[in-house]
Design a protein. Structure first.
Length: 242
């Protein structure tokens, strides 16, 4: 039985596949049509409490090696007029939360970071073998079977969201939990965020709440001057964030 609470937690597309998910056979859910989706992420800065749940969930879901991060959280401290020189810390990627701030006055806030799944991504442009690719539904992925480990994409990413896996020696980053969203589930980080600061959005789905949200809220992207077509949308992003 699908309860109202479950429906609110799931994406609209997941409701249709719910019976398959609870049965433990999501792979036989109704066929996923990639042309009908265009994925992104909404990150609501005022809602982020820096608990690290998202980082831990991502690491567990994707077997991220210790000391590396597909997503991480930064804490910003901005004192008065010093907006261009914020103090930023991210102990262990925010995986275990944050200690009390050592700064007095000004303001403190948390900023989740991840791959922005850009429409015009620099990483795909520099990959010499096409191992970094765009899917038809707007997700940037890495095909490990083609990756040479040359690090070109790591250097090209302006958001610092890629790393070379220490044992596989291939590029790795956030995949937007592609293995989950194509089965009607949300991402591990969104599922484990206690405040709803992270929301997976389907920009092609007219019923997705993101469309109503954009009518009443302003959103920003990181480094807009680079015109990468980033699809990680931030609400109430402070001008000091880099």
């Amino acid at each position: 039985m699908i309860t109202r609470r479950k429906l609110l937690m799931l994406l609209p597309a997941a409701a249709m596949a719910w019976e398959y998910v609870v049965a433990g056979t999501p792979e036989i859910a109704p066929n996923y049509n990639r042309s009908q989706h265009w994925w992104g992420m909404l990150l609501d800065i005022p809602k982020c409490i820096g608990c690290g749940n998202c980082v831990r969930a991502c690491a567990a879901e994707n077997n991220v090696p210790e000391g590396y991060f597909r997503t991480w959280v930064e804490r910003y401290h901005v004192a008065g007029w010093e907006q261009e020189r914020p103090q930023v810390d991210s102990p262990n990627g925010g995986k275990n939360g944050f200690p009390p701030s050592k700064y007095e006055g000004g303001k403190n806030f948390f900023v989740p970071k991840m791959c922005n799944h850009c429409v015009d991504s620099p990483c795909t442009q520099v990959c010499p073998v096409g191992a970094t690719l765009h899917t038809p539904d707007g997700v940037v992925l890495v095909d490990e079977s083609y990756c040479l480990g040359c690090r070109y994409c790591v250097q090209a990413c302006p958001y610092g969201c890629r790393f070379l896996h220490p044992t596989k020696h291939t590029a790795e980053k956030c995949s937007l939990c592609y293995h989950r969203i194509t089965k009607g589930l949300t991402t591990a980080c969104c599922e484990n965020c206690p405040t709803g600061a992270r929301q997976l959005v389907d920009l092609k789905n007219p019923a997705d709440p993101i469309h109503e949200y954009l009518k009443t809220h302003s959103v920003q992207v990181l480094k807009p001057h680079l015109a990468t077509g980033a699809k990680a949308f931030y609400h109430d992003l402070d001008g000091s964030v880099r």
